[in-house]
Design a protein around this ligand. Structure first.
Ligand SMILES: [Zn+2]
Length: 63
């Protein structure tokens, strides 16, 4: 099980993947969607949109 390094929320695989995609591919610690959105100064909706986008283009991090 993986947990957000900031708020200890349990992470979904999408949250891990988008963190890797946007921040650091070889990361071993991750942020949940809410903390990642805050860090990037975007909304969680925008994070969701990015996740959908990367899935649609077939990003291997999301397979
Ligand atoms: Zn968090």
């Amino acid at each position: 099980m993986l947990f957000c390094m900031q708020c200890d929320k349990r992470l979904t695989s999408d949250e891990v993947s988008i963190y890797r995609r946007l921040i650091y591919r070889d990361a071993e610690e991750y942020l949940c969607k809410a903390c990642l959105a805050e860090k990037m100064r975007v909304t969680t909706n925008e994070i969701d949109r990015k996740i959908e986008h990367f899935k649609k283009i077939g990003c291997t991090l999301f397979s």
